[in-house]
Write a protein that binds this ligand. Sequence first.
Ligand code: IDP
Ligand code: MG
Length: 159
Amino acid sequence: MEFDGVREKTLVLVKPDAIQRGLIGEIVGRFERKGLKLVGIKMMSLDDELLGKHYSHLADKDFFPSLKNFMKSSPVIAMVWEGLEVVTAVRLLCGITKARTAEAGSIRGDLAMSVSCNVVHASDSVENAEKEVNRFFTEDELHRYNKAEYEHVYADDER
Ligand code: IDP
Ligand code: MG
C-alpha cells in the first residue's frame, strides 16, 4: 500500500460522543468537502488490546482507564482518508485536543467542548498514520479508485 504523494493516508476515528450526538455525517462531510478521498470506512467496537496500542503514549496517565471506557462506550467509525499532505491537513481540520479552545472552523472547535470527548481522532504524523492505518484496516479493506474531482482539487503538477 502506497503512503506517499497523493496516496498519503491518515486514520480518522469518529469517537463515541459523536456517534451518540448524531455527528457522523457532519464530520464525514467536512473531509469530503475538503477534497480528500475516502479509501476505507467501517463501524467497529474497540477493545482494551487495540486501545492499549492506539493510546500507548497515554498509558501512564491517570485518565487512561476512563479514556478507554469512553472509547468502548459505543462503536466508532474508523476511516482512512487519502490526499497530498493529508496527515497535516486532517489534523488542522480537527483542531487541538482541548475542544473548547480549538480554533473556530475546526471540527473540534465547532462541535465539541471537552478535552476527552472531542469527537474525532486523527493520526499525528506520517509515521504514526501508517502504523494506525495498518492497525485498524487490512489491506483488502483499503480501496484504490480514481476520483473524478481530483483534476479540480489538485493542479496538474500536484497529482
Ligand atoms: P489528540 O487526540 O489531539 O492527538 P492525544 O494527546 O493524542 O490528543 O490524546 C488522545 C486522546 O486522549 C484525546 O483526543 C482525548 O480524547 C484524550 N485525552 C488527552 N488528554 C487528556 C486529558 O488531559 N484528560 C482526559 N482525556 C485526555
Ligand atoms: Mg494523538
